[in-house]
Design a protein around this ligand. Structure first.
Ligand code: ADP
Ligand code: MG
Length: 140
């Protein structure tokens, strides 16, 4: 297994409930290291650009509205097999289907407000990291 980096976003439902620290603890307990982190509020246009891959999906408009509705915390996580490990500890997209102990099972509210985003491949992680961070923002 290789050391990888992945892009994580703590979503507005979680920042609104002040549980970013509890989520970060789960990342760190799983062996992921937070090597870049910033809190920001996406504009609607930025949310549309970030989720452009989903532009044909029925939930795209609602998703972009939600992701720009409050602060998010964007992060680069590093560790062995980080992309798949992060997705494993996040759990399934719909919290109702997520395994016990996963972040979405514990904290997610519904299929949209599911508390966290994670890249789905190393290639997409590299693109998504660039969306939020420059090289000098990342200190491994
Ligand atoms: P994941 O975040 O698990 O990679 P997707 O990439 O399929 O899931 O979807 C991106 C985000 O869009 C989800 O995390 C969720 O916030 C939202 N979403 C996905 N499916 C639905 C749906 N059926 N209804 C509403 N929102 C959805
Ligand atoms: Mg996805």
């Amino acid at each position: 297994m290789a050391v990888e980096r992945t892009l994580s976003i703590i979503k507005p439902d979680a920042t609104g409930r002040n549980i970013t620290g509890r989520i970060n603890t789960q990342f760190e307990d799983a062996g992921l290291r937070i090597i870049a982190q910033k809190r920001l509020r996406l504009t609607r246009e930025q949310a549309e650009a970030f989720y452009a891959v989903h532009s044909e999906r029925s939930f795209y408009g609602d998703l972009c509205e939600y992701m720009s509705s409050g602060p998010v915390v964007a992060q680069v996580l590093e560790g062995e097999n980080a992309v798949a490990l992060h997705r494993e500890i996040m759990g399934a997209t719909n919290p109702a289907n997520a395994a016990d102990g996963t972040i979405r099972k514990q904290f997610g509210l519904n299929v949209q407000e599911n508390s966290v985003h994670g890249s789905d491949s190393p290639e997409n992680a590299a693109q998504e990291i660039k969306f939020f961070f420059g090289d000098r923002d990342i200190v491994g």
